[in-house]
Write a protein that binds this ligand. Structure first.
Ligand code: ADP
Ligand code: MG
Length: 310
């Protein structure tokens, strides 16, 4: 029989040499490096809300950490430590083993150590808290966009949302189940980007947060938006624009940067092997986002995801 403590020891207690004290006491002890600020963020994934019942546990372990790593990327922080609060209907050991495998495989890639958490019985939910480091005063905030800055997007958008209507398209399904957080890009954008956010609720809504925080507007050209390759063959422009502009869960970075950073960003894209698309410009005035088609006609944009939308 597995007790709570045996399960924790077996599946979640791992050495954490980068922490003063990891799993096993009443709290972990962490020491941020000299001259660094701690960036702290948390994300809750609930069965039936953020993932469907019966979701593959390895992918869920990956995604629970990935969405938090994405928040670190959007702040320009280097992820260091994580906490995992999980509630489970039962002590299903094959499930736990697969979940832990997905979680730790991604953690190892980014040098993140699991230093604590909580384990209880209940409806399936997974809450990860992440801590990262960023040189004092150099975090990428939502509030730094200035008129004249370019708007940039990493990778491609719309794939995760496409998977909701077309789970048969493998590339889209992969985007939804196992997103790739843009951690290396985030840290390299320090001192380059003026503002940044990750696309969790949809491009238009998330860029809208930058506009509101910065007190600026923007015009974005739809033709310049990077789109999941699968849309090319589908030939459904309506589905495409809805997924690309308003679909969530892509975990790409949207950021702004002064125009004199264009060459640096093109070089960075080459170095990282990650496409960076320049899609529009920041403008003076109220926080209005205009998205225009190839004839410069404004497009209608659906709202992004909102848990409490009326
Ligand atoms: P407490 O009673 O103080 O909440 P617990 O018995 O819940 O402590 O946890 C014992 C230790 O195991 C703590 O260090 C806690 O951080 C860690 N822990 C519990 N659940 C997890 C988990 N799912 N992942 C990582 N560490 C965990
Ligand atoms: Mg506890």
């Amino acid at each position: 029989m597995s007790s709570e403590f045996k399960l924790i020891r077996k599946y979640f207690a791992r050495p954490a040499p980068g922490a003063a004290l990891g799993v096993g006491d009443d709290a972990a002890l962490l020491r941020p490096g000299a001259g660094l600020e701690l960036a702290v963020s948390t994300d809750l994934l609930l069965e039936g809300r953020h993932f469907r019942a019966g979701a593959e546990p390895r992918a869920l372990g990956h995604k629970a950490l990935a969405v938090n790593l994405s928040d670190m990327a959007a702040m320009g922080a280097a992820p260091r430590w994580a906490l995992l609060a999980i509630s489970l209907p039962s002590a299903d050991e094959p499930w736990l083993a697969a979940f832990a495998e997905g979680f730790f495989a991604l953690a190892a890639r980014f040098g993140v150590e699991l230093v604590g958490g909580d384990t209880t019985r209940g409806p399936l939910s997974v809450c990860v808290t992440i801590l990262g480091e960023v040189p004092t005063g150099r975090a990428l905030l939502r509030s730094g966009a200035a008129p004249g800055d370019d708007v940039w997007v990493s990778g491609e958008l719309g794939g995760a949302a496409l998977a909701l209507s077309r789970p048969d398209i493998a590339a889209a399904a992969q985007r939804l189940a196992q997103p790739e957080p843009r951690v290396a890009l985030g840290t390299r954008l320090r001192g380059v980007a003026s503002a940044a956010i990750d696309v969790s609720d949809g491009f238009a809504q998330d860029l809208g947060h930058i506009l509101e925080s910065s007190g600026v507007g923007a015009t974005v050209e739809y033709e310049c938006m990077p789109k999941c390759a699968a849309f090319g063959e589908l030939g459904d422009r309506k589905l495409e624009s809805r997924c690309v502009l308003s679909g969530g869960d892509d975990y790409e970075l949207v950021f702004t940067a002064p125009r004199d950073r264009r060459a640096a960003l093109e070089q960075l894209a080459g170095e990282l092997g990650l496409a960076l698309a320049r899609v529009g410009a920041i403008e003076k005035g109220n926080a209005r986002l205009r998205i225009v088609d190839r004839n410069r006609k404004p497009m209608r944009v659906a709202r992004g995801f909102d848990h409490f939308a009326p």
